[in-house]
Design a protein around this ligand. Structure first.
Ligand code: THU
Length: 160
């Protein structure tokens, strides 16, 4: 038996340590979170993506009474980006969340399906997507590419 130890590198920064572009992206995600349609969870998520061409797109989560029909903010914004800007790679994605009853930001981390969706965007454009994830304590996780959140990913349908 051989043990495989997986390790990931994730940076944690204070808001002041973000550069101007990162701060803008985070605040776009915070604004759009207010527009979430989340009557079933009351968990309002905002995601903003920066494309290689400088465009910033954003989305909140949109739920459905048939729960699986709802969609996370990350998947909506990446789907919109892929559909409307097929020649511009997403390079950075900011994600924030707030519970409807709370004043402060909630802890969030992309779900499994969104991780696979981010992986697909990286595969499609051959470029890593840097994630900025706002933590409940106000700090920001900066994750360079989806690999730290998705080790041993499924990525090779057509090979081998
Ligand atoms: N949600 C997102 O939009 N993104 C995440 O990263 C985590 C979860 C949404 C899905 C659902 O509408 C609500 O948050 C509660 O899970």
């Amino acid at each position: 038996m051989k043990k495989i130890i997986l390790s990931s590198e994730i940076e944690e920064l204070s808001p002041e340590e973000l550069d101007h572009v990162e701060q803008t992206l985070l605040s776009r995600a915070q604004s759009v979170a207010k527009m979430a349609y989340s009557p079933y969870s009351d968990f309002n998520v905002g995601a903003a993506v920066l494309l290689e061409n400088g465009e910033v797109l954003q989305s909140s989560n949109q739920e459905n009474v048939s729960f699986p029909a709802g969609s996370c903010a990350e998947r909506l914004v990446l789907g919109y980006a892929g559909a409307n800007y097929p020649n511009s790679a997403p390079v950075m994605l900011a994600i924030v969340a707030k519970r409807a009853a709370d004043e402060s930001w909630a802890e969030v981390s992309p779900c499994g399906i969104c991780r696979q969706t981010i992986n697909e965007a990286e595969k499609r454009f051959g470029k890593a997507v840097t994630l900025l994830v706002l933590k409940a304590n106000g700090s920001i996780l900066r994750i360079k590419g989806i690999s730290p959140l998705l080790p041993l990913k499924f990525n090779d349908l057509k090979s081998g």
